[in-house]
Design a protein around this ligand. Structure first.
Ligand code: SF4
Length: 72
């Protein structure tokens, strides 16, 4: 599966980092960063291939602007 962050929508609330610190950290620009992600050259969005969604489901559910997507 793939975790995708539509990063331009992120308001830097820190909720994803709070519920899923294994995958997320706050970046210097005040938005969150998906650890080990690669930037999709077409969309510019960070993406991470992973076997299990793990706590990313909680992160996607709690994100107030719904900018974290999980593609199965
Ligand atoms: S929960 Fe959403 S808006 Fe908040 S920091 Fe994470 S990605 Fe950004």
């Amino acid at each position: 599966m793939k975790i995708i962050q539509e990063r331009k929508l992120c308001i830097g609330c820190g909720s994803c980092v709070a519920v899923c610190p294994d995958y997320w950290e706050m970046a210097e620009d005040g938005k969150s960063h998906l650890l080990n992600s690669k930037k999709n050259p077409q969309t510019g969005n960070p993406e991470l291939e992973t076997k299990e969604a793990g706590c990313n489901q909680e992160a996607a559910d709690i994100c107030p602007v719904q900018c974290i997507r999980i593609i199965k």
